[in-house]
Design a binder for this molecule. Structure first.
Ligand code: ACO
Length: 451
């Protein structure tokens, strides 16, 4: 099949949020630490009415309804998540409740887990299925979703929640480039979830940032090599019209773009540097491994890449800044942000670079080429038009005071894995079409209703 890529996209997020300025004050930290230091405006969070199953049910049902997709059109379904509520039973099997009434049970794929990377792994599996001998002409559906919550402390403001569903098949408007991915996998204990009774990770913040930047360096260098070999083209930042990153918090994304500029600098022969990087000659002795936390290098390359950032990356951070880290769905929330921020004629023909990172660690840098056809009958136009609701939904959310946010997290913490359990969170503030938890019985079986 030709032009395998994304045919349709849907995103969901909580209908309530806590304001990061108010949270700074409530937490007693310096004003600006979360909003300027981390670059976060608002953080979405879930009450005890929502879990990973309900988020994924909602996003799949909405995708099918909004895009008019028949359940029988799906032949592969895979969920990427690190929000685990059952060590054996997958979220995918829960989603089968939507397909069974239509007589559809012939669907390959299952759940995939490694921190924030699971969504990308699920996506790669979906692409492989469509390109393989197992393909039966139907589409693949990829779901990435998570509830990101941290124990009280410096990591808590980097939480969030949400889910993205992507329909993958041939002749798509967002086409995955073949044979150029750069991957980097390694053993690291930067962020992991060894306590199976808790939703919270064990996280070494500083190490996680270093691992993220190290993974980015390695994936980018390999991607550049692969494109040079395959297409005989030299890659630097100018190769991309848009650069998207997994976003734990927006400031790290801006630093990551600066890091790519540093990579370009290091990969440029010394004699050409003055022309391409005027004023940065002093950094000739900088190496990647000695500069993860070098303030001077960071500042210089942040300045150098600022204009590129404003034009090519900032628009992709809309949802991340308004919701927070959605773990597996964060990168794809970035893609949605891009699609709702740019005019369709500006999007047509774009080359989009995507960097996916999951602690532990797993990472890939890959790319998408947007088709040029953007008239009103085009698949690109249809895909983008079906995301018109996202901005209004972001606006319609309800602001909740930090005290109530803390109480909601405490309630989740106290009742994590409890059975039987009757959730008490309100149901009247959900967006229409939201699935929510009605009860967990004594056998830990979960039941849902839809608003
Ligand atoms: N005004 C403006 N900026 C401020 C202020 C202020 N009043 N106060 C602090 N800052 C800045 C700091 O200077 C710092 O920015 P800088 O590094 O650019 O200088 C930033 O705010 C954060 O402050 P720190 O003191 O570094 O924050 P802390 O160490 O308390 O926590 C951390 C930050 C480590 C990111 C934490 O939130 C965390 O552990 N998060 C989860 C892990 C994570 O997201 N890792 C990323 C990759 S892995 C993944 O995806 C999960």
């Amino acid at each position: 099949p030709k032009d395998v890529g994304i045919l349709a996209l849907e995103i969901i997020f909580p209908s309530q949020y806590v304001d990061q300025t108010e949270l700074e004050e409530y937490d007693g930290v310096a004003a600006g630490k979360y909003t300027i230091g981390l670059g976060q405006q608002k953080m979405g969070f879930c009450s005890d009415r929502e879990d990973i199953n309900s988020l994924c049910l909602t996003v799949v049902k909405r995708l099918m309804e909004r895009h008019g997709i028949a359940y029988s059109e799906i032949g592969h379904l895979e969920v990427g998540t690190e929000t685990i509520i059952d060590k054996s039973k997958s979220v995918k099997t829960v989603l089968m409740q939507l397909f069974e009434p239509h007589g559809v049970t012939d669907i390959e794929g299952i759940d995939t887990t490694n921190a924030c990377y699971g969504g990308t792994a699920a996506l790669f599996n979906a692409i492989s299925w469509v390109e393989s001998s197992a393909w039966n002409g139907r589409c693949a559906l990829v779901v990435a979703g998570d509830i990101a919550v941290y124990a009280k402390g410096p990591a808590r403001p980097t939480g969030g929640a949400g889910a993205v569903a992507m329909l993958v098949g041939p002749n798509a408007p967002l086409v995955f480039d073949r044979g150029v991915r750069g991957n980097y996998f390694k053993h690291a204990y930067d962020f992991y979830k060894p306590d199976l009774t808790s939703e919270y990770p064990v996280v070494d913040g500083k190490l996680s940032i270093q691992c993220y930047l190290d993974a980015l360096d390695n994936c980018y260098q390999l991607y550049c090599k692969n494109v040079a070999k395959k297409l005989n083209t030299k890659v630097n930042l100018n190769y991309f019209d848009v650069m998207l990153f997994h976003s734990p918090y927006c400031k790290l994304v801006q630093k990551s773009l600066a890091r790519l500029a540093l990579n370009d600098f290091i990969m440029t022969p010394k004699e050409n540097r003055t022309k391409q990087f005027p004023g940065l000659e002093n950094f000739a002795s900088t190496s990647l491994s000695n500069s993860y936390f070098d303030r001077d290098v960071e500042k210089a390359f942040l300045g150098y890449s600022k204009e590129f950032f404003d034009r090519k990356t900032k628009p992709t951070l809309l949802i991340a800044s308004q919701i927070g880290n959605m773990y597996t769905s964060s990168l794809y929330g970035g893609l949605v942000s891009l699609l709702i921020s740019k005019d369709i004629s500006e999007l047509a023909g774009n080359k989009i670079g995507l960097f996916s990172y999951g602690s532990g660690l797993a990472s890939s840098l890959f790319s998408i080429t947007v088709t040029r056809d953007c008239n009103e009958a085009s698949p690109l136009y249809k895909l983008v038009s079906n995301l018109r609701h996202v901005k209004p939904f972001l606006q319609q959310r309800q602001k909740v005071a930090p005290e109530k946010f803390e109480a909601a997290l405490e309630l989740r913490q106290r009742n994590c894995h409890k059975a039987p359990y009757e959730p008490t969170g309100p149901t009247d503030n959900f967006f229409p079409g939201t699935y929510y938890l009605t009860k967990i019985d004594e056998g830990h079986r979960r039941f849902y209703d839809r608003i």
